[in-house]
Each structure stands twice: as structure tokens, then as C-alpha cells.
Design a protein around this ligand. Sequence first.
Ligand code: FAD
Ligand code: SIN
Length: 566
Amino acid sequence: MLHLSNEIVEVHSKFKRNFASRFLRQLIVGIIKNIMRKKVDFLVIGSGIAGLCFALKAANFGKVCMVTKAKIDDTSTKYAQGGIAAVMYSPDTYEKHIQDTMVAGDELSDRHIVEITIRESTERVLELVEWGVDFDKTQSGKFALAKEGGHSEFRVLHHKDITGFEIEEKLILAAQRNPNIEILDNHLAVEIITQHHLGIEVNRHMSGITCYGAYIYNPKTKEVDTILSKITMMATGGIGTVYGNTTNPTVATGDGIAMVYRAKGAVRGMEFVQFHPTSLYNPSERPSFLITEAMRGAGAILKNKNGEEFMRKYDSRGSLAPRDIVARAIDNEMKTKGIDHVYLDTTLIKKEEMFQHFPNIYAKCLSIGIDPTKEMIPVVPAAHYSCGGIQVDEWGRSTITNLYASGECSSTGLHGANRLASNSLLEALVFSHRACLNAVEAIKNIDFCDQVPDWNTEGTVLNEEMVLITQSMKEVQTIMASYVGIVRSNLRLQRAFDRLEILYRETEDLYKKSILIPEICELRNVINVGYLIIRNAMERKESRGLHYSLDYPEHRDVNPTREDKL
Ligand code: FAD
Ligand code: SIN
């Protein structure tokens, strides 16, 4: 008996010793990991114009870590052609640009935000020039200004037809030279960290949800790292990949919007997807090559194959009507005539202007056997820009504390139901600047949250079936293009919703079981974004701006009710 109880005592104390040493080991590992964890003042997610501008400014006030999921210049910014709208000289005025923006937004733009953006446009553009961006000038040394759809004046600053390339290149150079900015390329942000990760229940209606940083996929270790930050800037760009036919690069999978939505932050206006009227009709090419609207500003006209102008039937402004009207008119021409594309007659542009202003488009067309000085270019609408996104205020603050958003992933209220051409680079500049002004004050009262646990990999195995992910991505794109395109209806939206729900369930199941890889994160995000577009489209019982429904072809009166707003 005594022998047995001695044994029990011994087992018990051994257990206690083991438990204590295991506990101690875990504690020490935890402390070391915590010390080793990356902690930064500012975490910037995305390296387009929005992320780079914020990083360059924030670096004057603290350490910045910029993560970007592909190569640093793999952004929509790099592809921007037309340019950046700003009020520079008379006869243009802030009032005219404000009015054009309001008209394009189809009564849903937030006037206060429009005023801020336009009135700050000149200063922000000149700052780009200080960073080395070289906008084209006239012989008299003034900035050469172009005109695009919906603009009543010439006000688009540009660098030939590769404005975005010029901006991205100069901003990257400045960021790479800055000792306060660390750039981690090929690092994908998986989720933002909030109280949810501390085991606290978080819901969409509560206030005080706080961002402590983000879980970031590390391509070297193939593990998910924790980066703690005081301030996080979401600058992940657009959503074009949700549709197969898009002008956006493949990185545009709406990650920031999906992450914020999952973290229970507010996202709005997702039904307003802008289709650019004129992408080059070249079915095998992904992403679609853009034929800038500035060509229409320079005299090019949309025509059918018989060389007949058709836009005047739809709008007195003809080929330079706002994009929603032009894209819908082309869609109607294609559907009623059973054709795959229409044409842009660029032979009307003076040769000298073609070579000086549009050398990139000219070269591209020649490379596929079309001489745009002699022949019309075949064009088709393609998904181009998301007017909706993460809801932010006039300082770029999202509804999640310490989380800001800027650029295409955000919804400031500037674009309303439809974006005026060349207003998006401008919006990113203005709101990254304002977010920085606000964040450098806020940061004084923010501490790191040390209780954040590591990414949980329990129970996951390597997914050997990549085909499940690639096929699901194609299915999402087919659903969105077929039922949630330029023209929508109740039946189409319901069908899209039902189909997407199946993909959602299958993908969540796969995600929970699989060791994390970027492709499954992107698929999840694309499904989330598709869901938000469909849901917002179903909620809008009218046609307005970019959202056109066969069941509700009219505008509703705009009342200051929640539903009528974005
Ligand atoms: P982007 O420039 O797209 O950058 C997003 C960044 O986020 C990328 O670096 C991406 O890799 C990164 N990222 C995304 N997800 C993650 C993640 N999970 N983790 C880490 N990083 C992530 N607008 C105009 O005003 N004028 C124009 O002339 C014009 N022309 C255009 C032409 C084309 C072909 C296209 C596609 C767009 C055009 N636009 C134009 C729109 C404009 O270019 C974009 O809206 C703008 O550049 C978006 O900038 P951004 O910084 O928000 O996003
Ligand atoms: C274009 O050059 O047509 C694109 C401009 C924009 O998307 O703002």
C-alpha cells in the first residue's frame, strides 16, 4: 500500500516537474518570440501610389514596414495611362472640377469629400513633381493638360500615355532610398489582427474594434509571421480579378476589402464597379490592354464596323460622355447587334499627337497588326475600377481603430455611383496625405499589443489539389461576368448569389484544412468581394451610376436615408 502511494507521489511530482518545465519552456519560447517579433510604428500593406505616398510621409515620424504581395511595382498604379486630374490654370476652376465630379457620381458623391479632394489637388500634384515625377509640358513650359470623359476642361496631367509607370517608378526610388522604410516584397497580408485573435468576440455593430497589426505570409519560411504595428495602412488596390475580363493586374483580388470585411469593419458601395469602355479587343490577352480615354479627348470617336458614330443616340456628349453611359451604350450595341466589340476611330487624331502623346498605345497596336493612324482599333468594355471599398472618413480612418485605408481599396465618398476619369490617382494622393497627418498625432497614444498569439496552424495539411483552387477562381470569374456585369437583374443576381455560395462553402472548408498558401487566400478574398458586390447590388433597388438593373431602371429620389446613401 505504502509502496503504491510512494509511486503515485513520484509520478505526480514527475508530472509536475515535466509540466513545469514544459510550461517554462513555452514561456521562454513565447518571450523570445515576442522579443523577435517585428514591431513597427507604421505597417503599410500595398506598394501602389496610396501605400508609397503614405510610407514616404510617415517615414518622417517613425519606422515603416511596407509589405507587398508580389514585386514592388506589381500594381494598378503602374498601368495608369491617362493621368491625374487637378486644377492647374484658368479657365479651369475648383468649382468646375467639383461640379464634374458630382455629376459623374450621379448624386451619390459626398460633397464635403469632393471639395476637400479637388481643393487639395494642386498642392498634392506639385508634391509629386518634387518627388521627381515628370509630367509633360507645352513649349511654353506649362503642364500639358488632357481632357477625358465627363471633364468640362482640359485638366489631366500626364506623362505620355504611361503616367502610372512614371509615378510608380519615381515613388519606388524615393522609398528605396529612405532608411526608415523597410520593404518586404512577395509578402502577402493574410488577415489584420484584432481583439478576435485574443479570443474576444467581435461583431459588426460594436465600436472599438482595434487593429494591432497583421498576419503576413513569409515566402522564405512559407510560414505566417506576426507583424505588430501601432498604425496600419491598408492600400491593397482594386478588385478587377473578380471578373475575368479586366484591365487590372492579377494582384487586384480585393484582399484589403475582404480582410476588413472579415474583421467586421465597414465596407460600402461595392455595387459600383466601373467598366472601362475601351479595352483593346484581343481575346487571348490577360489583363486586357487599355486604350486610354484621353484618345477620345484628343478626337477619337466610337464607331460601329460600318464606320457609323453611335454614341450620340445615347448621350449628347457623344464619345466623351461619362464612363457608365459609354460602357452601357457599347454593351447595348454589342448585345443588340450580336457583335463581340465596337471600334475606336483613332485615325481622327493628328499624327503628331499620336506619336507624342500615345506612343505606347501606338506601339502596342502595331505589335498586333493594327496601325491606329490608318485603321480603327477594336475595343470592348472591361472591369476597371472599384468605386466602393473600405469606408473611411475625411482623414482616411476606417471604422476599425488604428486602421487607415487609402487608394482604390477605400471608399471616401469621392466617386459616389461613378468615378470621374483620372480622379483615382488624385484621391490616393490626397487621402494618404491626410491619413498621415492624422496618424502621426494618433500614434502618440498607441502601444503595441503583446498578447497577440501566433498564427494557428493546428490540424492543417498540405493541399495537393491546386486544381481545386484554380478552377474555383475561374468559376467565380464566370459567375461575376455572366450575371453581375454592366447590366443586372434580380434573377441574375440571385443566380450569382446561389452559385457563389457553393464556392464559398467549398473554399472555406479547404482553407481550414490546408497549410496556408497565397493562392487560397486570394481565392477566399475574391469570393468575399464577389459576395459583397452581389449583396450591395441586390440592396440597391434602382439604377444609378454604374449600377444598372433591368428590374429597377429608374433613379429613386435621393433622400438622406441610410439606404439612399453609399
Ligand atoms: P495599386 O496601385 O493597385 O497597389 C496595390 C498594392 O497592394 C499592390 O502593390 C499589390 O501587390 C498590393 N497588395 C494587394 N493585396 C495585398 C496583400 N494581401 N498583401 C500585400 N500586398 C497586397 N486612375 C487614374 O486616376 N488615372 C488613370 O489614368 C488611370 N488609368 C488606369 C489604367 C489602368 C490599366 C488601370 C488598371 C487603372 C487605372 N487607373 C487610373 C486607376 C488607378 O491606376 C488605380 O485606382 C490606382 O493606381 C490604385 O492605386 P492603389 O495604390 O490604391 O493600388
Ligand atoms: C484612362 O486612361 O482611360 C484611364 C483613366 C482612369 O481610369 O481614370
